[in-house]
Ligand binder design. Structure first.
Ligand code: ASP
Length: 280
């Protein structure tokens, strides 16, 4: 069993030591808690469980504490992919729900599995997801002062369970100040992907991640026989050709972890039952 989670990017210049430590502690708590859960649940159930907790933590830009868009509203995106069945489901630009990842999970059993905007909101209400405002005062203040929210981050998780199955989940509050209608990478296979060889969750500039098809390329390279490091490095080399800004966490079926970032450093933590690693 292996588990890796992320909470977006970290920039030494814009994050206080206090926030850095708080993020390290939050990731550790959520990772260990989710690893316990993985003992008796599938990879698919566990990535959703972990991402739900990351959404609920105000330190991260997903669910509660999401960024505010240019028209003053919060719109969130989240997706999940099951590496064994290859099913992908997600919500794009959903509003007023507490846990977008749970709505994505609910969509797994439908034929129409990726819903956007009004359709996603209606689906959530029809399925008893209560109205919930994910805004926190700090984000409103940053929005009013036209400040980019510093130090928040998209969240994600990749798990490998006892049966060797892999799943990946990703959730975001977006980049902040975006045009209403913008589609980020988080609920696309460029930002979140899993197959029987590996699982990948990305963070960074959504447009760059989509242009670079980051998660998809890593997944395809690994299914074509690349080792984890070579698959990630080649994909990030291609991203660098257009100065793309992205980070990814990757876990393969052999149990290898990998993380890579194009610019600053990723906020991540991994655990294999013995060795715990967290970003520094
Ligand atoms: N990828 C997200 C987006 O572009 C933002 C992030 O990862 O911080 O919406």
């Amino acid at each position: 069993m292996k588990l890796i989670i992320h909470g977006g990017f970290f920039s030494e210049s814009s994050t206080s030591l206090e926030t850095k430590i708080a993020k390290q502690e939050a990731l550790k708590r959520i990772l260990l808690n989710s690893y316990d859960f993985l003992e008796s649940h599938s990879a698919l159930e566990t990535v959703i469980y972990a991402v739900e907790q990351l959404e609920d933590d105000l330190l991260f830009n997903a669910g509660i504490g999401s960024q505010i868009q240019s028209d003053g509203k919060i719109r969130m995106s989240a997706s999940v992919m099951d590496g064994s069945s290859k099913k992908f489901s997600g919500v794009i630009n959903i509003e007023n729900v507490k846990n977008p990842i749970r709505v994505a999970e609910r969509l797994m059993s439908y034929d129409d599995r990726v819903l956007g905007g009004e359709g996603a909101i209606k689906f959530a209400r029809d399925n008893d997801f209560a109205e919930f405002n994910p805004e926190i005062p700090q984000r409103r203040l940053e929005f009013e002062e036209k400040l980019k929210s510093l130090g928040t981050g998209t969240v994600g998780c990749v798990a490998l369970d006892k049966t060797g199955k892999i799943a990946a989940a990703t959730s975001t509050g977006g980049k902040g100040f975006e045009m209403p209608g913008r589609i980020s990478d988080s609920a696309t296979t460029a930002g979140n992907y899993a197959n029987e060889f590996c699982g990948i969750s990305c963070t960074g500039v959504g447009e760059d991640i989509v242009s670079g098809a980051v998660a998809t390329k890593i997944g395809i390279r690994m299914s074509d026989g690349f080792e984890i490091g070579a698959a990630v490095e080649k994909t990030f080399k291609e991203l660098a050709e257009f100065d793309g800004f992205a980070g990814a966490i990757v876990l393969d079926a052999k149990g290898n972890f990998y993380h890579q970032d194009s610019h600053p450093s990723m906020v991540f933590a991994s655990y294999d039952g013995e060795k715990f690693e967290v970003f520094r």
